[in-house]
Write a protein that binds this ligand. Structure first.
Ligand code: A3P
Length: 296
């Protein structure tokens, strides 16, 4: 019976103006009532923007020295619970978050900013937001939807491309997500907004910035070690970080750690799609202070 549930691809529906599937809304009331603590750290992203990467970095920054067995034995989705996830036969993300024994607790969400439980704001929690350029984000999401049973069917690429532009994705429109979180920075200073492309360009520099934001003093040696340990090839091989232990993914279709590159969109977008995309992008991305790089 468990298999049957997970082999039924969920439908997208409109949820308070955002397209969602029931796997991320079924526990809505409990999630909205989540009691954040002041030292909790929320890792917020649009899906496929580098969530796992920054989660692994934060976990190592906080617990790599004091609790090394942690990252050798506990998969990333338990070290950094996914707050809103509610999949039959798996633990509720909210319960895992409640039970986290660590201080601080690292908690992941893909919610657009307006869905975040209010206690995170009330407690003035630190939030790390990672954004990735829309073209690569779309490609990564496409391959993810192909291989994971709990997402709507990816279908054919051209159709997926148009769905992405229309915001018909789980967790809604990429455009609304990155802009919503960017605007939030204006009245909530405890957000560190970072970019996947910057992490690819210079992981160590981005780790340094994270340390400043989090008020962590870690030796240059330790920061270098963490940066080395989280490079793509290392994380791809790391069973506690690469999701190979989660039953709902089919790596024969596409692995979770797929390419880890900036610019893979060039292998997917046709010239015509690229023109349509760029035209549409200009209309949706009016804020000149929010800039993405589609190549580095
Ligand atoms: P690709 O599909 O482009 O390879 P998320 O964790 O938010 O689901 O994001 C997954 C994306 O981040 C995937 O992108 C994955 O390969 C990439 N990723 C994960 N760990 C990475 C790392 N250490 N370095 C670079 N990219 C990484």
């Amino acid at each position: 019976p468990e298999k049957a549930i997970l082999s039924t691809r969920p439908e997208l529906f409109d949820f308070h103006g955002v397209s969602m599937t029931h796997y991320f809304t079924d526990n809505w009331e409990n999630v909205q009532n989540f009691q954040a603590r002041p030292d909790d750290i929320l890792i917020a992203t649009y899906p496929k923007a580098g969530t796992t990467w920054v989660s692994q970095i934060l976990d190592l920054l906080y617990f790599g020295q004091t609790c090394p067995e942690r990252h050798n034995n506990i998969p990333i989705y338990e070290r950094v619970p996914f707050l809103e996830i509610a999949i039959p036969s798996l633990d509720l993300g909210k319960d895992l978050a409640d039970k986290l024994p660590t201080t601080p607790r690292l908690i992941k969400t893909h919610f657009p900013v307006q869905f975040v439980p209010k206690s995170f704001w009330e407690q003035n929690c630190r939030i790390v937001y990672v954004a990735r350029n829309a073209k690569d984000n779309m490609v990564s999401f496409f391959h993810f939807d192909r291989m994971i049973a709990i997402q709507p069917e990816a279908g054919e690429w051209n159709n997926y491309f148009h769905r992405f532009l229309e915001g018909q994705m789980v967790f809604g429109s990429w455009y609304d997500h990155v802009n919503g979180w960017w605007k939030k920075k204006q009245n909530y200073s405890n957000i560190h907004y970072m970019f996947y492309e910057d992490m690819i360009e210079d992981t160590e520099r981005e780790i340094d910035k994270l340390c400043s934001f989090l008020g962590l003093s870690r030796s240059a040696e330790e920061r270098k070690m963490i940066s080395g340990g989280v490079q793509f090839d290392k994380m791809k091989k790391n069973e506690m970080a690469n999701y190979s232990t989660l039953p709902v993914m089919d790596f024969k279709i596409s692995p979770f750690m797929r390419k880890g590159k900036v610019g893979d969109w060039k292998n997917h977008f046709t010239v015509a799609q690229n023109e349509v995309f760029d035209e549409d992008y200009k209309k949706k991305m009016k804020d000149p202070t929010l800039q993405f790089r589609t190549e580095i």
